[in-house]
Design a protein around this ligand. Structure first.
Ligand SMILES: Cc1cc2nc3c(=O)[nH]c(=O)nc-3n(C[C@H](O)[C@H](O)[C@H](O)COP(=O)(O)OP(=O)(O)OC[C@H]3O[C@@H](n4cnc5c(N)ncnc54)[C@H](O)[C@@H]3O)c2cc1C
Length: 342
């Protein structure tokens, strides 16, 4: 290893930060930079619901302060979006026209809300909760709203639903079984979820779809295919996540849903690794690529990607709980852990 090395990490979530920490620990001389298009240091996404209600102050949302990056001699570039990767010249192009060079790159760009094709006509009305930036945009609107409509579900969606119920909001949810992508709820599971929610004030709609949305914030009117009509101040969509990989398209790095990596988290391009929820990882046991989500997996993958980038040869495995409790239904998943319950 030489002091000339510049390890660059795209992404300031658990995968990116744990990769950076390992790189810094193992190579004291190299330059280490983390890039994020958000304007906040490493923060705890599972606490965002508590941040909305006010039970978690901003300082408790942060995992790391800016000072701690400085202490570790890690450069953090906040509010800077990578627009393109040139793997031949090892250059990253930012949306603000700056370019930087890397010797080795870790992509840990996470994932964003998945937009169902059937909901595209209503995109103008939908809100998503995937980041601090989203939450800052809607926090006050949520506080002031009386009636909120949720379309979809997914694990984050149900945490959000419980939060709204606890805040005393009038909530309706149209549960969409495919919202749990890459996992689908069976009819039996859906029935159990509905039975459990019947003990709350939440109004549950199933086996239905959106027919029409009209209105504006504070006064939406929603019609379903089965003729149900609802009013809502805000409409949220929770339909799973899709990897954030637009900026690698055309670079020569192979991708499918996510960035394709082997079991060592190496992409199809030398000196480029990917980890966390942006990666689609080859599993030799099933001879297929799978996307993983969840905080513990992102942490583990960030560390393994960094070690392998430095010359190690560690095969990635799935970590986290085997089951997730969704409204009383035990869902088998190795990629999610309910961190707030711990
Ligand atoms: C409200 C909420 C609650 C959750 N609760 C839980 C929970 O209880 N348990 C659990 O296991 N998981 C939970 N999760 C999921 C968990 O937060 C994610 O699985 C985890 O954050 C994924 O980590 P990551 O490092 O792969 O990506 P992320 O944490 O998404 O980080 C990606 C980073 O990349 C940056 N980025 C993306 N594109 C670019 C670009 N072009 N240029 C520059 N920067 C870019 C983003 O700004 C971000 O900093 C929750 C998520 C949310 C939103």
């Amino acid at each position: 290893m030489s002091s000339q090395d510049h390890y660059v990490i795209i992404g300031n979530g658990p995968a990116g930060n744990h990769a950076a920490a390992v790189l810094r620990k193992k190579d004291k001389e190299a330059r280490v930079s983390i890039i994020s298009d958000e304007c906040i240091p490493y923060y705890y996404k599972p606490k965002l619901t508590g941040f909305i209600t006010g039970s978690v102050p901003r300082e408790d949302l942060l995992v790391l302060s800016l000072e701690s990056y400085a202490r570790e001699n890690i450069r953090v570039r906040l509010g800077q979006k990578v627009e393109r990767v040139d793997v031949d010249s090892k250059t990253l192009h930012f949306s603000h026209m700056e370019k930087i060079q890397y010797t080795k790159l870790v992509i840990a760009s996470g994932s964003d809300s998945r937009m169902l094709p059937s909901m595209e006509p209503y995109e103008w009305a939908l809100k998503f909760v995937t980041s601090y930036t989203d939450v800052m945009e809607y926090k006050d609107q949520i506080k002031n709203a009386q009636e909120i409509f949720i379309f979809g579900g997914d694990f984050v969606g149900f945490k959000f639903l419980r939060m709204l119920d606890a805040m005393g909001k009038k909530v309706s949810i149209l549960i969409y079984p495919h919202a749990f992508w890459p996992y689908n709820l069976s009819d039996e599971m859906l029935d159990q979820v509905v039975a459990n929610l019947s003990k709350t004030r939440v109004q549950v709609i199933v086996k239905d779809d959106i027919k029409d949305i009209k209105g504006s914030p504070g006064a939406y009117r929603i019609k379903t295919c089965n003729g149900i009509e609802k009013k809502a101040d805000l409409i949220f969509s929770f339909n799973g996540m899709t990897p954030n990989i637009d900026f690698i398209k055309g670079s020569g790095i192979d991708y499918d849903h996510g960035i394709l990596v082997d079991e060592y988290l190496k992409t199809t391009v030398d000196d480029v690794y990917a980890c966390g929820s942006c990666a689609q990882i080859y599993n030799p046991a099933i001879k297929a690529y799978t996307v993983t989500i969840g905080w513990p997996n992102a942490v583990n993958q960030g560390e393994v990607a960094a070690l392998n980038l430095l010359g190690d040869h560690k095969v990635i495995t799935s970590v986290g709980r085997k089951y997730f409790d969704l409204e009383g239904v035990k869902i088998k998943t190795t990629w999610w852990k309910n961190i707030e319950d711990e």
